[in-house]
Ligand binder design. Structure first.
Ligand SMILES: [Ca+2]
Ligand SMILES: [Ca+2]
Ligand SMILES: [Ca+2]
Ligand SMILES: [Ca+2]
Length: 480
């Protein structure tokens, strides 16, 4: 409720003071600002645990500094290593798997509780990330403003200006400082609560890296949604918790397989074979859940980045040539009665286990809404290989008793929707040259049931346009 009220206030202020730099006029409520350490070199000598953020506003022409949550996620380049010979092999820190020769490397989130380990540089070095929510920003300190917040190191300030490229009169500021020692970077807030819970116990000593499964009861809870995970590659429950939503679990699963009726490889076989976690991070602004291991693609990786009202699921394919891949959301029977819309089917069809006619082109957005809440989806593939986009088609099925084998989950397709790369994908495993890259990026937003269902298509189109044009950032020293 605090978030909703703050949003209303910020919008009211923005409309009253159009183009005034004293306030944050950015209307995007959902968007984080993610900076790399390289963008804020002034923090290079600051421990990651001592970066604090503030917004600046004027009250009766006097500066007021309010601390906001800021999160630093440390990253490091490590080798993937390889799965051990058996599940009882102890791991050593320094590769993703904790076993084998390092092999190909990648930039990964650091985690002292996995074999990736902590970042050797505890400061904000160039490859780390600093993140806060644009909605938490304020206005710009005027040139004659020589104030600083209490509790920060004098002269350590960095002004971060963010601009909306789609709405040129909208901009805001956040000021980053080094804490003098007494400030908590969370500012007492916690937008995302992620629990990584293995049924087996401690990750480093009990995880079956050679051969799964590794059951979990992990979940992330925010004010807007709850997601449950039951193993690597198993995202099995979505409950919208935003105001007015019924809170029922509308998800059967986020599913991947080579093709319909092809269950030789799917999330089920990925989880059942080798794998390892890269990182589990639960911060005040976002949570990160990242892991590798998909059968003959042991370096294939999925990273879930979860913010207050949305999840970004990034999949880096690293495997020998494969015949194609499907990436779709299969809803549960509890989604019956919700409306599926997309950029190619804006009028919508009803999810009810009875077939529908929808557009065949890959949609730029998809929306599922009704009493359980609203889910907006955007899914894209980026590849160095040619022909991937041309070879990708939309997938949609709504059928209680489909003839095709269901690789896992329930026996039905309910509003199952996503994309199918139907052309062969060349080698993407960096362990073998040459290799192409292919990354899937699925963004899922959760919110209240629509007050005006007729507006869902327009809202989803705007949301997708914003995703394609993120806030731009400029950084300067703040030295009052
Ligand atoms: Ca680093
Ligand atoms: Ca660091
Ligand atoms: Ca239907
Ligand atoms: Ca199903």
């Amino acid at each position: 409720m605090r978030f909703a009220a703050a949003g209303v206030l910020a919008l009211a202020a923005a409309s009253a003071l159009v183009a005034c730099d004293d306030v944050n006029s950015v209307s995007r409520r959902s968007e984080p600002v993610v900076l790399t350490g390289a963008q804020v070199p002034a923090l290079a000598s600051t421990p990651a645990t001592e970066v604090v953020g503030f917004r600046h506003n004027l009250v009766d022409d006097a500066p007021v500094w309010t601390q906001i949550p800021v999160q630093v996620d440390q990253r490091k380049v490590v080798g993937f290593g390889s799965q051990p010979a058996n599940n009882s092999t102890a791991g050593t820190t320094g590769t993703v798997y904790g076993s084998g020769s390092a092999g190909p490397t990648a930039l990964q989130y650091a985690d002292p509780n996995t074999f990736v380990g902590a970042d050797p540089d505890p400061n904000v070095d160039a490859d780390d990330e600093v993140v806060f929510m644009a909605a938490d920003g304020g206005g710009k300190a005027r040139v004659d403003d020589h104030s600083s917040p209490a509790g920060v190191v004098p002269g350590s300030g960095v002004a971060v200006q963010f601009d909306d490229p789609r709405r040129p009169d909208q901009r805001g500021w956040v000021y980053l400082f080094r804490s003098a020692g007494g400030l908590d970077p969370s500012a007492g807030q916690d937008y995302v609560d992620y629990d990584f819970t293995l049924t087996s116990g401690d990750y480093k000593t009990t995880y079956k890296r050679a051969d799964g499964p590794n059951p979990e009861t992990s979940r992330v809870i925010t004010s807007e949604y709850r997601i449950d995970f039951t193993d690597r590659w198993y995202e099995t429950s979505w409950k919208v918790l935003a105001p007015g939503a019924s809170g029922v679990d509308i998800l059967d699963g986020h599913k991947n397989q080579f093709a319909l009726s092809t269950c030789g490889r799917s999330n089920a076989t990925f989880a059942d074979a080798e794998g390892a976690f890269v990182a589990n991070i639960d911060g005040p602004v976002r949570a990160i859940r990242s892991y590798v291991g998909a059968n003959s693609g042991p370096r294939t990786q999925r990273t879930h980045v979860m913010y207050r009202d949305h999840e970004v699921t990034i999949t880096d394919l690293r495997v020998h040539a494969i015949p194609g891949i499907m990436d779709y959301v299969d809803y549960s029977a509890a989604a019956t009665g919700m409306t599926y819309r997309s950029s190619t089917t804006p009028g919508g069809v009803t999810i009810d286990g009875v077939g529908d006619t929808v557009g065949t082109a890959v949609p730029t957005w998809e929306a599922v809404s009704g009493a359980p809440g609203t889910v907006l989806s955007h899914n894209e593939f980026t590849s160095s290989a040619s022909g991937i986009a041309e070879g990708t088609v939309a997938f949609y099925r709504d059928e209680v008793s489909p003839p095709e084998e269901q690789c896992w989950g329930d026996g039905s397709f309910y509003g199952a929707s996503g994309a199918h790369v139907q052309v062969g994908i060349p080698n993407t495993d960096p362990n073998t040259s040459p290799f192409a890259t292919l990354q899937g990026r699925r963004t899922t937003w959760f919110g209240s049931p629509p007050a005006d269902p007729g507006a869902v298509a327009a809202v989803a189109a705007e949301w997708t346009a914003d995703l394609a044009a993120p806030l731009t950032v400029s950084v300067s020293a703040y030295q009052p």
